[in-house]
Design a protein around this ligand. Structure first.
Ligand SMILES: *Cc1c(COP(=O)(O)O)cnc(C)c1O
Ligand SMILES: [Zn+2]
Length: 418
């Protein structure tokens, strides 16, 4: 296991407490910093001989022991048909719709929950827009912990049903995610629970790095030229930049320019708006209005850092309307066979816009993260009745209904996104 410490992002003071989240000196956010003794080929060997889960990267994660908890190592899919439509030569999709609770949140919770166990907690908790609640509830069930989750009362019903089925206590709060978050901050003062995305946030965000660790290994130990990443709090975005730095620093990949592109829904796009206007800081959105509930955070904790990284790396942050999000869910389903929730639709819609504006490297390696499963949000895309026939159970009825080979849909998709 690596040696690590919690260090202040602002003043670089090392925290004495292992479960602090704010700097005792300046109240700045704490992050995990490592002293990597294992590097280069020896590190690659250790990773290669590890489990086929995110725990193969334990030498790069803040845990003392490796649990038997299979999360991660999701497929990196070459998406040539979608790439052709967008004029991209080498497009890959990181398919994080196929994790234990069907969203990327299983990664961050895996690390936070393991650390919570190591620090002696028996209850894990969170404020969530839906997916995190499911991931916390599922992890608690796998690891034998208790779970209490707090969500806006407007969260998608399919996500909530999973939470209580996993055996967690569910608290519905009448308010936005930011209001839920504020309440949870107060509750954390009085309950000794591991609030994975608050009191254990320094560990939690480290789980996001495994998306890029896996991507780099799956590409044959190299960095892509561009990443397209959905933004809720911005933690995934910021920590994938951290991951790129650690991959280079430990000699796992060669250093090369990597452009970071972000995706937000237009109905909650504080970071994309600031990017477009050239502002150094974002203006919070009070009342998010979007079908992409998983990305509906009006005051993203890492929003300003996202702006800085997008600008510095030659990337951008793009917003997509709900109509574009819906059309993009269909686009990636038809061209790559992956059914995503609106967060994934937002990412693909941003990919389409960025490709059309010529901001992505055409001949380069482009990777987009698809972070949540469409079966969690079935109401977003209605049944396409044009594609349906209903017939009596007779062969002649079938032949009458479908006399020709079924009409091809190729080429129809992109027109709908525009
Ligand atoms: C939480 C979430 C994200 C992004 O999370 P960050 O808070 O920005 O790290 C992206 N996609 C889905 C589906 C999510 O649930
Ligand atoms: Zn500090």
């Amino acid at each position: 296991m690596p040696r690590f410490a919690l260090r202040c992002r602002a003043c670089h003071t090392v925290s004495a407490a292992p479960d602090a989240y704010a700097c005792a000196e300046c109240l700045g956010p704490l992050e995990v910093s490592y002293d990597h003794t294992l590097t280069g080929e020896a590190l690659r060997d250790a990773i290669r001989s590890g489990p086929t889960s995110l725990w193969r990267y334990a030498p790069l994660l803040p845990v003392a022991t490796v649990p038997d908890d299979p999360v991660g190592w999701t497929p990196l899919v070459r998406a040539d048909r979608l790439g052709r439509e967008l004029g991209l030569d080498e497009l890959w999709l990181k398919n994080d719709t196929v994790t234990p609770s069907f969203s990327f949140k299983d990664r961050v919770v895996a690390v936070a929950a393991q650390r919570a166990k190591e620090l002696g907690y028996d209850t894990i908790a969170c404020a969530s827009t839906g997916n995190l609640a499911g991931a916390v509830a599922a992890a608690a069930a796998r690891l034998g912990l208790r779970a209490v989750v707090f969500v806006p009362a407007t969260t998608e019903p399919a996500k909530l049903a999973a939470v209580t089925t996993y055996g967690a206590r569910l608290v519905l709060v009448d308010g936005t995610y930011d209001e839920v978050n504020r309440l949870v901050g107060q509750i954390a003062e009085e309950r000794r629970w591991a609030f994975v995305n608050f009191t254990l946030r320094p560990y939690y965000v480290e789980g996001s790095k495994t998306l890029l660790f896996e991507t780099a290994e799956q590409l044959g130990w190299r960095l892509p030229d561009a990443l397209v990443i959905p933004i809720a709090s911005g933690a995934m975005f910021v920590n994938n930049a951290k991951a790129a730095g650690e991959l280079v620093a430990t000699g796992l990949v060669a250093d090369r320019p990597l452009a970071f592109f972000g995706a937000q829904p237009a109905g909650c796009a504080p970071v994309a708006d600031a990017f477009a206007s050239g502002a150094p800081r974002y203006v919070p959105v009070k009342r998010p209005q979007t079908i992409a509930h998983a990305l509906a955070i009006g005051s993203p904790a890492d929003g300003n850092l996202v702006l800085e990284i997008a600008r510095r790396s030659g990337g951008a942050v793009e917003a997509a309307s709900d109509d574009e999000i819906r059309a993009s869910i269909a686009l990636v389903a038809r061209t790559a066979g992956i059914f995503v929730e609106p967060a994934g639709g937002t990412t693909v819609a941003a990919l389409v816009r960025l490709a059309e504006r010529g901001l992505l490297p055409r001949g380069g390696t482009v990777v987009a993260y698809l972070t949540g499963n469409g079966f969690k949000t079935p109401d977003v895309v209605p049944l396409d009745t044009d594609a349906v026939v209903r017939i009596p159970a007779r062969l002649d009825a079938f032949e009458d209904a479908l006399p020709e080979p079924p009409p091809t849909v190729a080429g129809r998709e992109l027109a709908e996104v525009r």
